[in-house]
Design a protein around this ligand. Structure first.
Ligand code: FE2
Length: 376
């Protein structure tokens, strides 16, 4: 049988739900004002919009941060009676919404609900002087939500309810360009249902799979399958824990997030050395570098690459390849006290995969952190 490349597999996805990309990622956080400052100072985002009591939102404060094509929304409840408070009480700070940019939010809703999606938000149209935003939403794994956002008739900075926000504090960006993929962790035996959900409800296709034989260390194991839409603009890898000698990092996540949720957001850059240097200098903490042997064996494993190895080794940047090229990647430590959400910085040089060749080196690094927390 002819084997398809990862890019060719994407094209086999049904396109009943055309998606133009990620519209935004919304985190529910305990203190959005301070979280916004962290993402500005450490990651180089800019605050572009705000919603709160001053803009007519009585019970939340919400900041929209932007860098490149990435929009992060940080929302906090102002009273314990707001349901967002319960979400934060249970999960800690984390991703609530993976919003997808569509041409028709009403049709996206009708089609996905007809295919079995659980309703989060019925279609609605928000209007202000800048036009209208149409949106709807469905639940995916855990309490996580996909919003469908249609903004073709809107010229405002984000959406009705938000006002432009200007600040005297505008740190330089760190070269972050767009969201490459967002990874979800699901519970024991939940992989197949989740994959089927993305196939049946969203028309996505499974472009890559790794089982616990491929992804394991001496102590822990996991399974991972990558779901993509037809144009490849939206990719959701899904992880499930697997039995190992000790507790896997996925189990640790599920324990501390108290359920399924977004594990990491991967952000693309065109110059990973420059970006990682900038992030480190601003206090972003990355997982420790793999042992020197990793870099000594690298050329034999991935072939010749354009970059000098020394800065990659100095910063702990990992390299992997597939049949279409190679990629460079590195992972932050969790960005909150619970060992839950973290970020990946990725630079693709042709490769369409996710760094499976690095999983072992990566997990050993994560396990060193887990051991420090007493969770291994
Ligand atoms: Fe990733």
């Amino acid at each position: 049988m002819e084997t398809l490349t990862t890019s060719q597999k994407m094209k086999t996805a049904q396109d009943f739900l055309p998606i133009n990309g990620t519209d935004h990622v919304e985190l529910y956080v305990g203190n959005a004002k301070q979280a916004a400052h962290f993402y500005k100072s450490a990651f180089g985002f800019k605050t572009v919009a705000y919603a709160g009591p001053e803009t007519g939102m009585r019970d939340i404060a919400s900041y929209v941060l932007q860098q490149g094509k990435i929009r992060l929304v940080l929302t906090t409840p102002l009273k314990s009676s707001n349901p967002i408070s319960e979400h934060i009480f249970k999960h800690g700070d984390g991703v609530k919404i993976l919003a997808l940019w569509v041409d028709d939010a009403y049709k996206a809703y009708e089609d996905t609900v007809a295919r079995g999606a659980k309703v989060y938000m019925e279609p609605k149209t928000l209007t202000d002087k800048n036009g209208e935003v149409r949106m709807s939403g469905i639940y995916t794994y855990g309490e996580t939500v996909h919003l469908f956002v249609e903004r073709k008739n809107y010229n405002g900075v984000f959406m009705p309810g938000y006002e432009p926000y200007t600040s005297d504090y505008n740190p330089e960006d760190t070269g972050l360009l767009y969201i490459d993929h967002c990874v979800g962790n699901v519970g024991w035996n939940r992989m197949n249902d989740t994959i089927k959900w993305y196939e049946d409800v969203m028309g996505f296709v499974n472009i890559l799979s790794f089982d616990d034989k491929q992804i394991n260390t001496e102590y822990s194991a996991l399974m991972s399958k990558v779901m993509s839409n037809n144009n490849g603009y939206v990719k959701f890898p899904i992880n499930e824990p697997a039995e190992g000698k000790k507790k896997s990092q996925i189990e640790e996540y599920l324990d501390f997030y108290e359920g399924e949720g977004v594990q990491h957001i991967a952000i693309a850059t065109n110059d990973i050395v420059k970006t990682v240097r900038a992030l480190k200098s601003r206090g972003v903490e990355f997982l420790s570098a793999p042992p020197n042997a990793y870099y000594e064996d690298m050329q034999a494993r991935v072939g010749k690459i354009d970059e000098d190895i020394a800065p990659l080794q100095e910063l702990g940047i990992l390299v992997d390849c597939d049949e279409e090229g190679y990629l460079l990647q590195i992972f932050t430590k969790p960005v909150e006290d619970r060992p839950t959400l973290f970020f990946e910085i990725i630079q693709r040089k042709g490769a369409q995969s996710f760094g499976a060749g690095n999983f072992k080196a990566l997990f050993e690094s994560i396990e060193r952190e887990q051991a420090k927390r007493g969770n291994l």
